[in-house]
Design a binder for this molecule. Structure first.
Ligand code: SAH
Ligand code: TMP
Length: 388
């Protein structure tokens, strides 16, 4: 597989980076993780093309996240909060506006620069144990440490856990959310498996990963973002009691058999079927003379396109709102990415919705396509035409 966000120009087709994308289950601790992990510097740099602000619904989600942290966890005087993987400041800008002392830690310098334009204090660095020590020295302990869609990106989990433990105030909380393994399996969302997603967490694997660092899982809450995520709340041992909701979620998770190899063998079979159906559908539409265009060159689309072997003969281009992706080509499959204006010029017969996690937002926005007689194709949880 190529890097999910490695959008490139033809000059680099010949020296494109590929690695072996192989998820594995640790039968000891129940962690699902990639066997081979590309260097973080290869993925997160000054040309990183994912900007959190590209989705309106995610902007609303992070406003609610910030409001919840302020209401429930920032009770003391002059609290300090820190966010790992703060990207373009989509969450922390709400802390900045409220005058709360804050710091985002974000290694991709272009998105870090975008955050500063939103008034967000940002340290351009990879969060780890050493960086946490520097932050504590400079700003003091954090009442809340937050992270969204980034803990699963960091291969050196022990260093991050030790850093969090070092930085967290005695009664502080560490709140993070990531795509949930249970939802990936339930929806056959195999496109959540790509280079940046080193881990696919479950409640049990999070508990086991953080316990050795003195951090206990005290609450969790399912989220609808990214097609099914989990928010985890951790505190220092003995400082807070586990919630009743956590007990319920743990009981539910036990029923999912997430440490059982048979669960994953069945998932792999569903992935193969999904791939075969999508390729067959695109082939039939092409044979019928229909025009199909891709909608949103997401990170997840890199897995779909390369796993299914879809190239520009089945999908001539993909539209995406991110300026940095436009004019470039998709990793591995080399399909052109174009400005959204190309979508209506002229309307295609079908649109393959790669950003299926933003279905409601996109279908509402592209109402004119549907009214033109266009049809949407989704492939998660199964390959089908969307009934509008
Ligand atoms: N939190 C945002 C961004 C998620 S994308 C959101 O949910 O929309 C993941 C972000 O984490 C990227 O901006 C990437 O540059 C950053 N990142 C990757 N490794 C990191 C690390 N070790 N420490 C801090 N941020 C990291
Ligand atoms: P994500 O699925 O990882 O959040 O990536 C979202 C991608 O989808 C990003 O490249 C921007 C793109 N996008 C559009 O092109 N149009 C849209 O309306 C939305 C919501 C996202």
């Amino acid at each position: 597989m190529p890097l999910a966000n490695g959008f490139l120009v033809p000059d680099h087709f010949s020296d494109e980076y590929f690695f072996e994308l192989a998820p594995a289950l640790c039968s000891g601790c129940g962690m699902v993780q990639l066997v081979e992990q590309p260097d973080p510097e290869k993925m997160f740099h000054g040309d990183y093309p994912f900007f959190s602000h590209s989705s309106r619904s995610m902007a609303q989600h992070f406003k609610a996240f910030a409001d919840m942290v302020r209401r429930d966890w920032l009770t003391g005087d002059d609290p300090f909060v820190c966010e790992i993987g703060s990207n373009d400041g989509i969450l922390l800008k709400h802390m900045a506006v409220a005058g709360i002392r804050h710091l985002g830690v974000e290694p991709s310098v272009n998105v870090a620069a975008a955050a500063r334009t939103h008034g967000v204090n940002t340290l351009a660095a990879f969060f780890n144990r050493d960086v946490a020590q520097r932050i504590r020295h400079e700003h003091g302990a954090a009442s809340a440490i937050m992270a969204a869609n980034v803990m699963c990106h960091i291969p050196d989990l022990p260093s991050v856990a030790a850093g969090v433990e070092h930085l967290l105030a005695a009664d502080g909380v560490f709140i993070f959310e990531d795509p949930y393994l249970g939802a990936v399996l339930e929806k056959t969302a195999y496109d959540q498996i790509y280079d940046e997603h080193v881990f696919l967490f479950s409640l049990a694997s999070v508990m086991r990963a953080f316990e050795p660092f003195g951090l206990t899982l005290v609450d969790a809450e399912p989220q609808s973002t990214h097609g099914g995520s989990m928010r985890y709340v951790l505190a220092r041992h003995g400082r807070r009691s586990p919630s009743a909701r956590l007990e319920t979620l743990l009981a539910h998770e036990a029923g999912l058999k997430l440490t059982d190899h048979a669960t994953f063998a069945a998932f792999a079979e569903r992935c193969r079927q999904s791939r075969d159906r999508l390729v067959a559908l695109l082939g039939e539409l092409k044979a019928d003379g229909k025009r199909v265009v891709g909608y949103a060159a997401t990170s997840k689309s890199t897995t779909v396109l390369n796993y299914c072997g879809i190239t520009d003969d089945l999908l001539p281009f993909i539209v995406d709102t991110t300026p940095l992706k436009q004019g470039r080509f998709t990793p591995g499959s080399h399909i052109p990415v174009r400005h959204p204006a190309a979508f209506a010029d002229p309307w295609p017969d079908y649109a393959l919705l790669f950003a299926w996690n933003h279905e409601a937002e996109i279908l509402a926005k592209e109402d004119a396509f549907t009214r033109s007689g266009g049809r949407w194709i989704r492939f998660v949880p199964k390959v089908e035409l969307i009934e509008v």
